[in-house]
Every structure is written in structure tokens, then in C-alpha cells.
Design a protein around this ligand. Structure first.
Ligand code: ADA
Length: 615
């Protein structure tokens, strides 16, 4: 396969009145007319990085002319235009012809292009629209910045008509030292291949074979004795190389990618990695670095992962959507477990059948892209959804079933914020909870009791404390009054106390701090936040490390002495369960719904005033 990058200097324009389609902006003649009004933009990148569009949400057009050589244009080749990520609704035209559209901001999509449409000089037009709307995923309100545009790579793939696609590699431990490697793929056209498994370090061939006269599907199964397994401590990698053969000679390399040999399982209330219990100690991360938006240079992503690892973490939750695949390549190499999810967040339009289909599509795109990354160990199908509602619970259960159908080798779950009223937990592989003790709720000192109350609704599944945290403005200190909100001391105290308690309890299989870095969020507008969620352990500038950051290496394994409150926990559960359940259904959940509605709009207005912007 030959890949032609279509990154570079594109032309662009917002379309405030949505006239572009009617006025045929996708036509080269119209483009030539408009030329002088257009601006230049470096793709990939979000238009929100251009100062005057910094808060723009809406339709934005992107134009690009590119050339193909005579050699590239032939009848032996299939052409595929591939977008790795655009937010949110994307329409694409090439040489004036409409190719199709894609909905969703965080997964790749592509269009197969007929040979006759392509010329030596080509004109590509992409209309993105990041307007927030009810019924989209995520829905109207969410706690992160709505970066728009073409913010990941664009490429034209020149594919051999006879090729392999959708390669999925599964690795299973079958005896105490023997692993089965199953490779399955689809075949386009008709071909014979040879395949090789190579050691990731030395490049030595470990196993190889030939499959002849393949059509439609292919499958290879190999047994390896005592291979070097993948784990966060030893992230050993192998390569799978597949090449087409003609007359027993290697012709073209069709696939050459790393994979890891590892097995993730849930057994009773433990998560096992390669048959050994593992506790997830992690941190969530949004895909954002303020000067780059989401288009983060690979070396900066690597820096983040290395930092996170050096603090003692073994897990990163790529909140709240799939990040660029380059992050997963790095996690595979550095040795970090990844928890991945689709962006169903909070309130969403679960009554609309369209939403279900869209969510299924997002899950499929996520799983197909990331199936072969050993670092990825779970798929989550939603975060903080109103799971007390039977319709929502059914929706989420069906999504989890769908994810399991597509991948039976990973943990499937969703992230909950309901302790008492979650009616779906029994269907998930692991029980999860987001709770901000000592921040939004109660005192952090009550966390031990709370964790003991939590023993009951776990259905003997592993419990993961998926989010806890506290906000802190970098540089704001209150040495004497440690409980002052947004001080670094308050954050330190809350997180340290929580971590020491988590580590002392035997029924937790993991915990994740919310969040690694402060990130933009228009709904956060008090004098400490100023448009940022401040729960990061580093500020948005990354080099500004808060107190907790420096303390983490010392406390990540530390435990505190705790009182045994198991019996009290059980008692409280019995008393509180019916009360909280009824209150959630009648008062709390409906109120929360009301409150969440216009939160971004209000924040945006404040920010516009502050920045003196008219948009
Ligand atoms: C929730 C949510 C996060 C973030 C967090 C917070 O738990 O899942 O996305 O918004 O709250 O900072 O309050």
C-alpha cells in the first residue's frame, strides 16, 4: 500500500449562514471565485486555534488541491481517502463529486474512490460542523472543549486490488507456557500470502507460513512456547508481517504492525493480566495540549506517557473518547494500560433509535481501529449516564453486548456515578464508580466507610474507582488553611487521603485520578477556573506541576491504617438503599438534568465577555 499524505496548507472559511452547499463551494470554479476571501490553515489542526474562531462552533469549509503522478493513476489500484479524525459532522467532495458523510468526532472514517473520479490535479473539499445538538454523541452539554475541524491526519491510500484487511490478532494462554496466536482477516480479490511473526527487538523470525489461494476470508493459527509476554513492566512486542506472493516470491508487503502477547480476564472480583492479578493505578487524560488543541505532536504525547509512568501509574483512561492512534502505539511501547471509551457522556437522547445506531457505529470504529493494541484492555460504552432509568440501562446493556460481539478478548463496561440506583451494574464485566469525596460531596474522611458500603453492589466483580479528584489552581497556596477550595494543599490532602485508603482495602481492583492535566471547559468559569477544569495534577502548561504531582511517587503504593467498617457499611447500605434510590428517581436526577442543560452556553457568554470577542 502506498500512502499519500494530504496534510499541509489548506484553504478554509466558516459558513455562518450555511450557504456553502447551495452555492456549490465544493466546485472548483466557485472555489476560484472565493479564493481571495479564504484563509490558510495547516491541516491537521482545529480552526479554534485561529484566534478569531477560538470559540466558534458551526460549519467550517476546508479546501485542498493535490496532484497525483501518472504512475499513481492506474487500473491495478484501489483508492481510499482516509480521515483519522474530524469533529463532528463531516461532508466530503472530491473533484466536485460528493463522496459521503461521517458523524462522530473521534474515530477514523474513509471513502473508497472510483479510479475515474481521480485526475492528475484534484480538488478536495471538506465541510465540518461541530454545532452541539441534542441527539448527537456527545449531546448538548459536556465537560470538555468542543475543538472543531480536521484535527487528525488525512491521507490517500493506494491499495492493491488483491489485499488483506481488518486484521485481528488474538493471543490466548492455552497451557501454563503455551500461547495460541489467532490471526483472522478479510481478503479483497484473490491472493496467496506469506506471513511472519518477528521478534520486536531483534527482528528475528519466530514463525512463518504460507496461505494459498485466499478469497473473502483468511485465518492463521500458531502456537508459541514461552513467548515474551506483554505487560506494563515488560512491554515486549512482536511484529506480524503479511506479504502477497507470486510464484513463491514475496511481492508486496500488505501489513506490518506490532502486537503484544497478553491476556486480560476478569475472574471473580479480580482483573488478571497473563493470569496474575493486577491493580489499575491510573489517571485520566483528555486529548488536549493548549497550544495544539487535539493535534498533539507525538513527542509531546510520549513525554506525557513517560511522565505518567515515572510517577508510578500503570493505567491511562483516554477520557472520554478515542485519542489519536499514535498515543496507543506509544502506550504499547512504553507499557501503559489503556481504558478506552466512546463519548456518551451524561444526558443523552436514549429514546431515539438513531442514537443507538450511532453509538454502535462509534463502538465498531473504535474497536476496529484499536483491536491489535496490547495496551488497550477495556471498552467503555458511556460515562455518568442516568443509569437509574430502565430505558437507559437497557440501552447500555445492549451496547455492551454489541461490544462483546465485536471483541470477546477485553473488559466491557461503562462508567457509573450511581452507587445505590445503578440497575445495570450486574451486566458489566467490572463495577465502576465516579465519586468526588471531599470535593463535590462529603468529607474525604468518609471514604473508607463509603468504600465498605460499596462492597454490596459489586456483584462480586472487580471494583474500579474510575474518578476521584479535587480542583487546584497552580500557584494558589493555603499552607495554614488546608481546606480552602482550589488550593494545591486541598488537592494534595484529598488525593493523598483517598489513595492511601484505596490501597488499604482488599476489594478494589483499581483507581484513577481525575485528571492528568487541566483542560479547557467552557462551563468552568469561576475565578480559579477561568475556562478550565482544574482537577489536573499538572496545569494546562504541563511544566507547572502541582503539589500532588511531586508527592505521587511516594504515595502511589502507600496505605493508611483503616478501621474495619464492613459491618457498618452493610448496615448503612440496608438503610440507605431504599431512601437514596427513591430520592434519586424523584428529586436528584431530574434536578441534575435541569441544571446541566445550558451550562456551556452560559460559560461561553462569560468567556466571550472576558476575552472581548464577538462571535
Ligand atoms: C465527571 C465527569 C468528568 C468531569 C468530572 C469533574 O465525573 O466524568 O468528565 O467532568 O466529573 O471534573 O467534575
Amino acid at each position: 500500500m502506498k500512502v499519500i499524505s494530504l496534510n499541509g496548507k489548506w484553504k478554509c472559511s466558516p459558513d455562518l449562514n450555511d450557504v456553502g452547499i447551495q452555492d456549490k463551494w465544493y466546485d472548483l470554479s466557485k472555489f476560484n471565485e472565493l479564493q481571495d476571501l479564504l484563509e490558510e490553515i495547516e491541516i491537521p489542526s482545529s480552526f479554534n486555534l485561529i484566534q478569531k474562531y477560538s470559540l466558534y462552533e458551526g460549519i467550517f469549509w476546508h479546501f485542498f488541491e493535490f496532484k497525483l503522478s501518472k504512475d499513481d493513476l492506474n487500473e491495478r489500484t484501489n483508492y481510499r481517502l482516509n480521515f483519522k479524525g474530524c469533529n463532528y459532522l463531516t461532508l466530503v467532495w472530491i473533484n466536485g463529486i460528493f463522496l459521503g458523510y461521517h458523524e462522530g468526532g473521534f474515530t477514523p472514517f474513509s471513502f473508497d474512490i472510483e479510479r475515474k473520479i481521480l485526475k492528475e490535479k484534484n480538488f478536495l473539499v471538506v465541510r465540518t460542523d461541530n454545532t452541539r445538538r441534542k441527539g448527537q454523541i456527545p449531546d448538548l452539554a459536556f465537560d470538555w472543549f468542543n475543538w472543531g475541524g480536521i484535527y487528525r491526519d488525512v491521507e490517500l491510500q493506494l491499495l492493491n486490488k488483491n489485499r488483506v484487511e481488518n486484521i485481528q490478532i488474538k493471543t490466548n494462554l492455552i497451557t501454563s507456557d503455551e500461547w495460541k496466536i489467532s490471526i483472522s482477516f478479510t481478503v479483497k480479490g484473490h491472493l496467496s500470502i506469506n506471513w511472519k511473526i518477528l521478534d520486536g527487538k531483534s527482528g528475528n523470525i519466530i514463525k512463518e507460513g504460507v496461505e494459498r489461494n485466499l478469497e473473502k476470508k483468511g485465518h492463521v493459527s500458531v502456537t508459541l512456547k514461552e513467548p515474551k509476554t506483554w505487560s506494563p513492566e515488560k512491554p515486549n512486542l512482536y511484529y506480524l508481517k503479511i506479504a502477497s506472493i507470486e510464484k513463491d516470491k514475496e511481492n508486496e508487503v500488505l501489513f506490518n504492525q506490532h502486537f503484544g502477547i497478553r491476556q486480560i480476564e476478569v475472574v471473580g472480583n479480580r482483573i488478571l493480566l497473563n493470569k496474575k492479578p493486577i491493580t489499575l493505578k491510573g489517571v485520566s487524560l483528555h486529548e488536549e495540549l493548549i497550544q495544539y488543541g487535539r493535534t498533539i505532536p507525538t513527542e509531546k504525547r510520549e513525554r506525557d506517557l513517560l511522565d505518567i509512568k515515572s510517577l508510578g501509574f500503570n493505567t491511562v483512561r483516554t477520557a472520554h473518547y478515542s485519542h489519536d492512534e499514535s498515543l496507543l502505539n506509544l502506550a504499547d511501547k512504553v507499557g501503559i494500560l489503556i481504558l478506552e471509551e466512546i463519548p456518551i457522556w451524561g444526558k443523552f437522547d436514549y429514546k431515539n433509535p438513531r442514537t443507538f445506531i450511532l453509538a454502535c457505529k462509534m463502538i465498531k470504529e473504535m474497536i476496529f481501529r484499536d483491536f491489535n493494541h496490547p495496551s488497550v484492555i477495556w471498552w467503555s460504552v458511556g460515562n455518568e449516564i442516568p443509569i437509574e432509568n430502565p430505558l437507559v440501562s437497557r440501552f447500555i446493556k445492549n451496547l455492551m453486548d454489541w461490544a462483546r460481539k465485536l471483541d470477546d478478548t477485553r473488559i466491557v463496561t461503562y462508567v457509573s456515578y450511581r452507587i445505590f440506583s445503578d440497575i445495570c451494574r450486574r451486566h458489566a464485566d467490572v463495577a465502576t464508580i465516579n465519586f468526588y469525596f471531599g470535593w463535590y460531596f462529603a468529607s474525604v474522611k468518609q471514604i473508607n466507610l463509603f468504600l465498605n458500603i460499596m462492597r454490596i453492589p459489586a456483584y462480586n466483580k472487580p471494583w474500579i474507582f474510575t474518578e476521584f479528584g479535587a480542583g487546584a489552581k497552580y500557584g494558589f497556596h493555603q499552607k495554614l488553611k488546608k481546606f480552602v477550595k482550589y488550593s494545591e494543599e486541598r488537592q494534595l490532602l484529598t488525593l493523598e487521603y483517598s489513595i492511601r485508603t484505596f490501597n488499604a482495602l482488599d476489594h478494589l481492583s483499581g483507581w484513577l485520578i481525575w485528571n492528568y492535566r487541566d483542560f479547557r471547559s467552557l462551563s468552568r468559569q469561576n475565578k480559579f477556573q477561568m475556562g478550565f477544569n482544574r482537577k489536573g495534577i499538572v496545569s494546562e502548561k504541563t511544566f507547572e506541576k502541582k503539589l500532588i504531582y511531586h508527592r505521587l511517587p511516594k504515595i502511589i503504593e502507600a496505605k493508611r491504617k483503616i478501621m474495619n467498617t464492613r459491618f457498618l457499611g452493610l448496615l448503612i447500605w440496608l438503610i440507605l438503599f431504599p431512601i437514596v434510590w427513591i430520592l434519586t428517581l424523584t428529586i436528584y436526577a431530574p434536578l441534575l438534568n435541569l441544571f446541566e442543560r445550558n451550562v456551556i452556553e452560559r460559560g461561553k457568554l462569560k468567556e466571550m465577555k472576558r476575552l472581548n470577542l464577538n462571535q
